[in-house]
Design a protein around this ligand. Structure first.
Ligand code: MG
Ligand code: MG
Length: 256
């Protein structure tokens, strides 16, 4: 079942997404060597709840935290812990907020201090692939056009796309239909219609696309132990083109 959103509902998702963007920025301020991933999670929880929101991930299928924090070879779904960030790490931070009955979902990968130029390129290609996917999310296009755009861009740049995890519809539920793969064929899959709200979230590996789940039952990591990056926006399909509802504006104010 696909739930197309009204303008009123899209406005509510935008309000949720604004709080999410500001929560990400509070966390971004703490992305420094020596800071534990638990500290980042605590900041997100406090900021979201202080602003009347609910962290979407906490308790979701038993997930114990407000953030998924995935370091280096971890792709997604890392659990915050006492582990501290160190110079040269990359860290993917995924967060969701529920506010006024609606979820929003976004993710950003950070450099901790200086990273190698190749890892830097992994991050910029992954982020650019997100915008390639968003550009393809035009009214009347198909889900496969999004995946094709992401996959072809990533592979042209020498990296690989994770297939086991995908984007999704967003609304009253954190994960709604349809699934939004980051790979696919042009012109295939569900037709994108106005009012469809989806999270587009490429997970891009430096080496092989193969991943496994750690014994904690959550963390996904690369099999070859090479790094992986993840960026995500929640987007609405509009007649005139896709509109991004989440924002990296607050994060990038902190980083610049
Ligand atoms: Mg997410
Ligand atoms: Mg998501």
């Amino acid at each position: 079942m696909i739930f197309y959103k009204s303008e009123e509902q899209i406005d509510l998702i935008k309000i949720s997404a604004d709080l999410l963007g500001r929560a990400h920025a509070e966390v971004a301020k703490l992305v420094l060597p020596g800071v534990s991933t638990k500290t980042l999670d605590k900041m997100a929880f406090e900021f979201i709840t202080d602003n009347s929101g609910k962290p979407s991930f906490k308790g979701y299928r038993g997930f114990p935290a407000s953030l998924c924090i995935s370091l280096n070879d971890q792709v997604v779904h890392g659990i915050p812990s006492d582990q501290v960030l160190k110079e040269g790490d990359i860290v993917s931070i995924d967060c969701g907020v529920k506010l006024n009955g609606f979820h929003s979902d976004s993710a950003y990968t950070y450099k901790v201090g200086m990273v190698s130029s190749e890892v830097d390129r992994l991050l910029s290609v992954t982020k650019d692939s997100l915008y390639q996917g968003i550009d393809a999310a035009k009214s009347g296009a198909r889900i496969g056009d999004i995946g094709f755009a992401v996959q072809s861009f990533v592979e042209r740049n020498g990296f690989s796309v994770v297939r086991e995890l995908v984007g999704h519809g967003v609304g009253k539920e954190l994960h709604e239909s349809p699934e939004v793969p980051n790979f696919g064929k042009r012109g295939k899959g569900l037709k994108l219609l106005e009012g469809l709200v989806i999270a587009i979230e490429p997970m891009v590996n430096f080496g092989s696309r193969s991943v496994l789940q750690e014994s904690d039952g959550w963390t996904i990591r690369t099999i070859d132990r090479k790094p992986s990056a993840h960026y995500e926006h929640t987007v609405v399909i509009r007649k005139g083109g896709p509109e991004i509802l989440t924002t990296f504006k607050y994060i990038e104010e902190v980083l610049n």
